[in-house]
Design a protein around this ligand. Structure first.
Ligand code: NDP
Length: 296
């Protein structure tokens, strides 16, 4: 491997430390405890794992964590009533509704019912619009974490060619907006992109957010490029024993790491930064709600 490993886990630990310091100051100086409410509907095991780790990290940072676990057959009306209660609860500064929701619930409707000021996932249409027009917004956690790692590695991103593979509302599109905001020349690729390998070969920065295990091989990567692998895919790992699995990204790590200048691992790259940014967004929301200076 010749690439520098971008250690998301270590970086996330420093972000979480800064968050904890800010939380302690809010408590000491203003008697405020930032509060995050996470709502989960149904029994998707992966979602429950995410929610548990978010709750644990929130408490470790000194914040209040509230979890609402609702049955899979919860009505839209009941969910909207809960969101409204959280919107008006002064002890809650951040609200996250874990996606995906069961099919009978309208995700757009539910997300857009969250008070944009408490929308720590940054998925509300107001926040999407603010981000798209370069105004102060709540920024989606996963792309924000990717941007922080890129800025940390490169310093300025100005003028770099960035290719984002994936155009989802939660990763691909906001990632592209953030890179554009940092003056990259941005290409968004997706399943209909013609000659994806050639498109990716132009990139100084590749962000892969596809959800296809090890889809991007090393020979798509421009020598020296930075590869940010957002994908989290569980695949069979017979080498570890019968029925065992392991996590891989959307990029083929070994071959990409031979060519890239820097790369994030999976696990231990983007994932930990996502949670750290969720905590940071909650503190930001608390500061804004109380007209206090925001963390940097
Ligand atoms: P979505 O399924 O919503 O979007 C996937 C995108 O990839 C789509 O835009 C799709 O294109 C595109 N795509 C699919 N197949 C191809 C292909 N063969 N070539 C090019 N593009 C393709 O996924 P998400 O954005 O929600 O998540 C992407 C990955 O990131 C997943 O592995 C997910 O688990 C992971 N993730 C990780 C997080 C973290 O914290 N690390 C947080 C969030 C997600 P089209 O639009 O044309 O269908």
């Amino acid at each position: 491997m010749s690439a520098t490993l971008i250690d998301g886990k270590a970086f996330a630990a420093t972000v979480r430390e800064k968050v904890a310091t800010h939380v302690a100051r809010l408590k000491d100086e203003h008697g405020l405890t930032p509060g995050l409410a996470v709502v989960i509907v149904g029994d998707d095991p992966a979602s429950h794992v995410y929610v548990r780790s978010k709750g644990k990290a929130t408490v470790e940072a000194g914040m209040k964590s509230v979890e609402h676990r609702l049955d899979a057959d919860t009505s839209e009306e009941a969910l909207l009533t809960l969101v409204e209660q959280l919107n008006t609860d002064p002890s809650i500064h951040g609200i996250l509704v874990q996606l995906p929701l069961p099919g009978h619930l309208n995700e757009d409707l539910v997300i857009n019912a969250i008070d944009p000021a408490k929308d720590v996932d940054g998925f509300h249409i107001s926040n999407v619009g603010l981000l798209g027009t370069g105004q102060k917004s709540m920024v989606p956690c996963t792309p924000l974490g990717c941007l922080m790692m890129l800025r940390d590695h490169h310093g300025s991103l100005s003028g770099l060619d960035a290719v984002v593979i994936g155009r989802s509302n939660i990763v691909g599109k906001p990632m592209a907006q953030l890179l554009l905001g940092d003056s990259c020349t941005v290409t968004i690729a997706h399943s209909r992109t013609k000659d994806l390998p050639e498109v990716v070969r132009r990139a100084d920065i590749v962000v892969a957010a596809v959800g296809r295990p090890e889809m991007v091989p090393g020979d798509w990567i421009k020598p020296g490029a930075t590869v940010i692998d957002v994908g989290i895919n569980r695949i069979d790992a017979p080498e570890k024993g019968e029925g065992k699995t392991r996590l891989v990204g959307d990029c083929h790590f070994e071959s990409c790491a031979e060519v890239a200048g820097a790369i994030t691992p999976v696990p231990g790259g983007v994932g930990p930064m996502t949670i750290a940014c969720l905590l940071a967004n909650t503190v930001t929301a608390c500061c804004r709600a109380n007209s206090l200076a925001e963390p940097e």
